[in-house]
Design a protein around this ligand. Sequence first.
Ligand code: GTP
Ligand code: MG
Length: 202
Amino acid sequence: MIIKSAKFITSSAKFSQCPAVKAPEFAFIGRSNVGKSSLINMVTGIPGLAKVSSTPGKTQTINHFLINDEWYIADLPGYGYAKVSAKLRTKWSLEVEHYIIKRDNLVCLFVLIDSRISPQESDTRFMEMLGLKQVPFARIFTKTDKLKPGEVKKAVQKYDELMLDTWEELPVTFISSSTRKTGKEELLNFIEQSINIFKKSG
Ligand code: GTP
Ligand code: MG
């Protein structure tokens, strides 16, 4: 898929404020600082489209972008960020949970995992919740530029082994680096195919 246009639409503090649209949507989620906003910029080819920061907790709202006037990307706040107050964290996670479970046009939720860090319970638990709620998701291992190719493979294998304790089947998986543009084509192909299936299913 070729990205012809990408526009910021709106920021929503609550699920109920998200734009009411029927077009297919793809959302990016994962722990704070994992690289969600950077990946959105890399995939769309527009640096600065989503706000990036080296300080965790940058994205605090649900941000919608319209791509090619045809489909949406949602940049979600990270989970597991210790520095915001517990009250605020609970509020965000509730809104994000509503979004994940109730967003009818959500075609796939991309769960980002830092390839340098050993499997975290916050991530595995989160994916278990997605399974229970039957939310379609895929995994993206981020920041692979920080590892040697062999180490990336090992990190994914380790994750797979752990997940196979509870999962019968592993989710679709991508390897990415926003600095090296790794995974861009694969992700865009997957999005294109998913949009086609979404359209056919009416
Ligand atoms: P929150 O919005 O705070 O939850 O973070 P986020 O997941 O959106 O992460 P963001 O894209 O803001 O990136 C966090 C930090 O990681 C920034 O300093 C980025 O430059 C860096 N980063 C993101 N992706 C990559 C990558 O692929 N490789 C490297 N080396 N750094 C990356
Ligand atoms: Mg962000």
